[in-house]
Design a protein around this ligand. Structure first.
Ligand SMILES: Cc1cc2nc3c(=O)[nH]c(=O)nc-3n(C[C@H](O)[C@H](O)[C@H](O)COP(=O)(O)OP(=O)(O)OC[C@H]3O[C@@H](n4cnc5c(N)ncnc54)[C@H](O)[C@@H]3O)c2cc1C
Length: 444
């Protein structure tokens, strides 16, 4: 095969599969429709601060799929990671430690001692079960276990789900939750710690992958959208770019949400309607409103604070310049506060502003110096956080497969495709899982 492997999209999914392929000597061409790398993790500069595209942290720290890919490529030393482990809850009774292990769970001051024992009874067996066993729980909701627990313990689960999934327990599959607990278990080789690029900006991960791809003779072309994938006789023949040019290739990898791609990139009847309908079911978006605030004083030395309790609109306060000062100019501090919202609210300026005002009032109640320290604020709303909410029945192996049965040379990666993990970790995991399939095809 002489043509390049064409990869559509330069997010974490597209860049990680691109880097893995160039490592094996394959010729790769990545086409990205926007003007920047990183997809949903792209960053911007604003008033000398580095602003992430909403709050982003890397789950599972050096045990994450992203870090595994960096290790596979031999470039882990290029990614300096700041640890995110100064995490606290805030309830009406004050600050409470975020539990990192069993001992912390036993001293979890946020909930009564009786509830801590009940919580341990639920979480401990889960943490020591096998990934295979968790697949039996994929169709059940996390509320199967939380409904038996008291309101304080439910508030704890709400905060954990906000951190891990940007969503509420009712939308989370018990199987996916259990896999997260297993991967957080140090006795199973996991970690509950999170990470963030030390140099500031989550897109640093994409920039390093991009550099690696270029060093290995791969190409990444920005402002290059793909309009159609050409399929003839059940095999990929190439793509048609945004300007109508045909580019020949017998291997194309799609790395943006599959339920969008299969509706946009193919002529009618190339993919069976039954298959399209099944994949469209994965379109269960989470939406968030998040506000960046720049401050002239440091309100807290912690990195993340979760307000807990149903009366709070704000579900997370992330002190980004406490994670790494590189994101802000000297003497200024960057925080981001967020809350999950109904996707219908996105685009409604009035409702968004109301939510932002509620969040500001709440932060000022927790930190009375907040209003007087505020230099500027920048609210944002997103209707697509992860491609697939960790919805019961739509996780892990029920996601978009990496290949469509019967079509040769076409592959899918990214967070909507078969993989487990959270957000960027699942996008990277999909590339690890898809890589042998692409290699096997390229060999034939
Ligand atoms: C506000 C917010 C907060 C988040 N927080 C976290 C977090 O804390 N931790 C975490 O791990 N994850 C988080 N996520 C999720 C994470 O960003 C995504 O899961 C991950 O970035 C998905 O990567 P991907 O490569 O699968 O897709 P994407 O990042 O969406 O990349 C797909 C790329 O394809 C390009 N593209 C699309 N169509 C075409 C076309 N026709 N031609 C060419 N290019 C095309 C797009 O422009 C994009 O660059 C968050 C997301 C948001 C929005």
């Amino acid at each position: 095969m002489h043509d390049d492997v064409i990869i559509i999209g330069a997010g974490i999914g597209g860049l990680s599969i691109g880097a893995l392929l160039t490592k094996e000597g394959h010729s790769v061409r990545i086409l990205e429709k926007s003007s920047h790398l990183g997809g949903r993790t792209a960053c911007m500069k604003f008033k000398n601060h580095i602003l992430d595209n909403g709050f982003h942290i890397m789950p599972f720290y050096k045990k994450s799929s992203i870090f595994s890919i960096f290790k596979l490529l031999g470039i882990e030393s290029r990614l300096k990671l700041a640890k995110v482990d100064k995490i606290m809850f805030h309830s009406e009774t004050g600050f409470h430690k975020y539990p990192k292990g069993i001992r912390d769970l036993l001293s979890l001051s946020m909930i009564p001692i009786k509830s801590r024992i009940a919580l341990l009874r639920v979480l401990l067996p889960m943490a020591f079960t096998s990934i295979k066993k968790t697949e039996e729980w994929d169709d059940l909701s996390l509320t199967e276990i939380t409904k038996k627990l008291d309101p304080e313990t439910n508030a704890f689960f709400d905060a954990v789900c906000m951190l891990a999934f940007a969503d509420t327990p009712v939308h989370i599959s018990l199987g996916e939750f259990a896999r997260t607990i297993i991967r957080a278990n140090p006795f199973k080789g996991g970690t509950s710690e999170f990470a963030y690029p030390d140099e500031g900006g989550y897109d640093s991960i994409s920039k390093i992958l991009f550099q690696y791809i270029q060093e290995n003779n791969g190409q990444v072309e920005l402002n290059s959208s793909v309009k159609k994938i050409v399929i003839e006789n059940s095999a990929v023949k190439g793509i048609i770019s945004g300007d109508g040019t045909f580019i020949s290739s017998e291997c194309v990898v799609v790395s943006f949400p599959a339920y969008m791609a299969i509706n946009q990139l193919f002529e009618k009847n190339v993919i069976s309607q039954k298959f399209v309908n099944k994949i469209n079911q994965l379109n269960k978006r989470t939406a968030v409103i998040e506000v960046h605030f720049a401050l002239k004083s440091q309100l807290d030395s912690r990195q993340v604070v979760f307000p807990v309790g149903t009366h709070y609109t704000t579900k997370g306060i992330f002190f980004i310049s406490n994670i790494t000062p590189s994101v802000s100019p000297l003497g200024e501090h960057l925080i981001i506060a967020g809350t999950p919202v109904d996707p219908m609210i996105i685009g409604n300026a009035e409702k968004t502003q109301k939510i932002v005002n509620e969040m500001k009032n709440e932060i000022n109640q927790i930190y009375p110096d907040f209003n007087s320290s505020l230099l500027w604020e920048r609210p944002m709303a997103w209707d697509l956080v992860e491609s697939v909410v960790k919805e019961p029945g739509l996780v892990w192996k029920s996601k978009m497969p990496h290949q469509i049965p019967g079509i040769k040379g076409l592959f899918f990666v990214g967070d909507s495709t078969v993989s487990y993990g959270i957000g960027t970790d699942s996008a990277a995991h999909s590339s690890i899982l898809c890589m042998p399939k692409i290699q096997s095809y390229l060999r034939t």
